[in-house]
Structure formats: structure tokens, C-alpha cells
Design a binder for this molecule. Sequence first.
Ligand SMILES: [Zn+2]
Length: 299
Amino acid sequence: MTNHNILIVHAHPADFACDAAATMALHAERGDRVTSLVVSHGERHHMQWLHDQKLMPTHKQDSDLSKLNLTNYREFKKRETERIAEVLGISELIMLGWIDGQIYFEQEKIEQVSEVIRKVKPDIFITRLPNVLSESTHDDHPETARIALKGLRHAQDRVMEFDGVESYRGVKQVFHSLAGGEEVNNNGMLLPGITPDVWIDTSSVIEKKVHAIDQLVSQGYHGQTARRIVEARDGRWGMIAGSAYAEPFIRPYGLIYDSLPLTPRALNDVYQPTHKDFVDTPVNEIPSATPEVAYKLLP
Ligand SMILES: [Zn+2]
């Protein structure tokens, strides 16, 4: 088995736990090197913890709440991100500290991503879809994807004699990860709209994905919310893909094969009158993995 070197780029920490997270856990388990680049701390949206704190009577609030500022809130978010990396078994987490909500297509940002690519030297490169600009949730996502793809081109275009650095052209495959499913409503290649062409069966590592989302107390994603997200989203994707849970991907280019492909999974498929895919522990029965420190502004 060939081991891969994967670089995945996310706009915010929560995307790291939600998009392609189980797939990254699978690759980590099979011994692949997975580097996660999270470009911002996601400090300006989904501020559920702060919202809830303000609604609490003073005696129930975090005793450090009055010390809250941009710096220590970003650290709070950074610790969540580090815990997500640990749960998923990520080899290296890189955070660039771009300002959440102010991610624009800028040369400096492109060069930062290019530098990471030249350092990590991935053979698989993953980022969101760059062209879903109508996405209602956050336009940092397609902007980050555009910057990431331009960064990839920038890394390829370096010339030692001009720039003093080597180019990197070793990426063999780009995959786009998907958000909550607003882009995806079918698995029909002949139907209009955005259709994922690669599905990964994530059933064996679904507990890790739930536990990764459990870390996101700042956003209120822990507990039942994590289980709801995974059951509704990954469970639905699994229904489309034909497994208990799944994650979808899209490739920017068609693939070329030496002959018509048949995956090992397709070869081993056994006829069933009704397709039923279950796991031993349903997502809503996975115990919490939110540590006490996750609820505290200061460590
Ligand atoms: Zn996000």
C-alpha cells in the first residue's frame, strides 16, 4: 500500500471538524501523513459560547469572562482546533491567523499558502469548492478555496533563478470537500447541479468525527449538536453513497484510466433486496468527548 501525503485547507476550525474530517481520520489510521492548514481562528461568527455566557446569571458565568479580549478568544479557538487535530490523528496543524470574515483574494495570502505547499509537498491537495459564491453560510469558504488553488499554481510557477525558491509540482490529485450539503442533493451523474464523484465510507471512524465536533464548545457544536450534525449530514450522505456514513468529494478534472475502472468495493458487492447499512453504535449513542477545559475561556 502506498502512503499518501495529504494537505487539506480550511477557512475555519469548525470546517476542519466537519468537512472531510472522517476521511482525514481514515487516512491517518492507514499511516498517511495529513497536514491541516486552517487559515483563520473563526473568531467572529457562531459565537454561541459567548452568547450563552451573557444570558447567564453572573454567578454561573465563566469567572474569566470579564478578561475576554480578541487575543485570548483566539487562543480559546486555537486550543479547540488543536484538540480536533488530536482526535483526528492529524500529523501537523498549521494556522495562519487570517482575520475571520476578512478573507480576500490577496497576493500575500496566496504566497503564504504557496509556501506551505512547497514545505509540505503533498501528493493529495484538498480544499472547498471555489465557485459556490452564493453560499449563505460564509463567503470565507469559497474565497479560501480560490486562494488555496491560486497558491497551488503559485507553488508550481516558482523559478529558482527568479525567485530563489524551488517550484513544487508534485500534487497528483485535487479534491474539493463539501459543506453541509447545500451544494449536493443527488448522486446522479446525469442530473444537473453539483454532483460529488467520490464518496468515502466513513462508518468505521464516525466516532472520531463526532468527538472532533465535540471540541467546538465556542460554537455550541458539542453534545447533541455534534450528533445531530453527523446523523443528519453524514448519515444522509451515507444513504446517497450506500454506506452508514459517508463524505463526498468532487474532482476538478476528469480522470484518465488505462482501462474501464472497477473499484474493489464494487467487485465485492453482494446483492441485497433492501440495502441496509448500520453501525454498532449509532451516532446519538456515542458518549461525549468534550473535556472540562473546553468550557473555560482561559486554560
Ligand atoms: Zn467555516
